[in-house]
Design a protein around this ligand. Structure first.
Ligand code: ADP
Length: 330
């Protein structure tokens, strides 16, 4: 543990998948540290930059005019070398060389796993900020970037709906989420989709056919099915599309993949405020001798969760919102 007085310089980095709002969080970390008379260094490209000695001193002007920008000014990277003791030793030596006493790590569960491993051998406190569009971390109601990514998905699905209804078409729309249906669930409800395929609750092709048949009976002019990347069913997505094509040839099913558009763009107001609150919370945690914790927002209050819990406990699926989506899609 380091006391407030022992911490003179705080390091900050972004790591893993980028998420809109990371810049707003970097800004909050820098300005909060300066507010408490601490110095700040940015570490570029996450753990890779820590190993390669890519450090940059930051001041309040370094973070001017970035609250509204997507991506991350510190860049991000994935780094296999940090998974080895030798890699972590190099990172530690560079942190000492650059006089960094404590760190704010903005990233997802991989980033916190790395920090957890590092802290087993070295006495540099880490506090994590959940920066991932997937909203898949235990210990926070929302992660940075999730709201913006969902808004981007909804905007795109609205546009696809216009053409779907003009042609009486059925669209499968793939959104991000290899292990989490969070974006798919929210986007499906907000865009008025008929059904969704998510990793947490598999849906069979027979159930999908029944939903589409019901829509047909109710004279629906178009159908939208939102699919998370890791959406589960008893058949592959390709087989499902083929089967539905045979069953409902009049709908001429098409597939649209939204892909990386969901990561980019200016963060929403919600994400800017979330990022700002979590950034302040992270620095204040370090200065209150906390370490090995992720800062989160639960019921609109700042809360700290140990890394091992944040990483290893699966956040619960929002059953209530799934129930609502089934009632409304008729
Ligand atoms: P995210 O933080 O978005 O989940 P990744 O899973 O890619 O993204 O993790 C980011 C980085 O964290 C990895 O590239 C690696 O450097 C580090 N990391 C992940 N798992 C471990 C581990 N078991 N040990 C050490 N470092 C790890």
């Amino acid at each position: 543990m380091k006391t407030k007085n022992e911490i003179k310089r705080i390091g900050v980095f972004t790591s893993g998948g980028d998420a809109p709002g990371m810049n707003a969080c970097i800004r909050a970390v820098v300005r909060t540290a300066l507010f408490y008379d601490k110095k700040v260094t940015g570490i570029c490209r996450g753990y890779q930059g820590m190993i390669d000695d890519e450090f940059e001193k930051l001041n309040s002007r370094s973070v001017s005019n970035i609250i509204q920008r997507g991506g991350t000014i510190l860049k991000t990277a994935r780094c296999e070398e940090f998974k080895t003791p030798e890699g972590r030793k190099k990172a530690y030596d560079n942190l000492v060389k650059n006089e960094i006493d404590a760190i704010v790590a903005i990233g997802g569960d991989g980033t916190f796993t790395g920090a957890w491993e590092f802290m087993k051998d070295y006495n540099i406190p880490f506090v994590g900020v959940p920066g991932t569009i997937d909203n898949d971390l235990f210990g926070t109601d929302y992660t940075i970037g999730f709201d913006t990514a969902t808004n981007t998905a909804v905007e795109a699905i609205d546009k696809i709906r216009d053409t779907a209804s003009a042609h009486n078409r059925l669209f499968f729309i793939e959104v991000m989420g290899r292990n989490s249906g969070a974006i798919a669930i929210r986007a499906a409800i907000a865009a008025g989709a008929e059904a969704m395929m998510i990793p947490e609750q598999p849906i069979t092709v027979e159930e999908l056919i029944a939903i589409i048949a019901k829509g047909e009976k109710n004279q629906k002019s178009s159908s939208m099915i939102v699919v998370a990347e890791g959406g589960k069913s008893n058949k592959s997505l390709h087989e499902i599309v083929e089967e539905i094509k045979k069953k409902f040839p009049q709908y001429d099913p098409k597939m649209a993949i939204l892909g990386h558009t969901q990561r980019g763009g200016s963060p929403s107001c919600f994400d800017r405020i979330l990022s700002s609150r979590l950034g302040v919370g992270a620095v204040e945690a370090l200065l209150n001798s906390k370490s090995g914790v992720m800062v989160g927002l639960v019921n609109d209050k700042i809360l700290y969760t140990n890394f091992d819990r944040a990483i290893h406990i699966d956040p619960s699926v929002d059953e209530e919102i799934i129930r609502i989506s089934k009632i409304l899609a008729m």
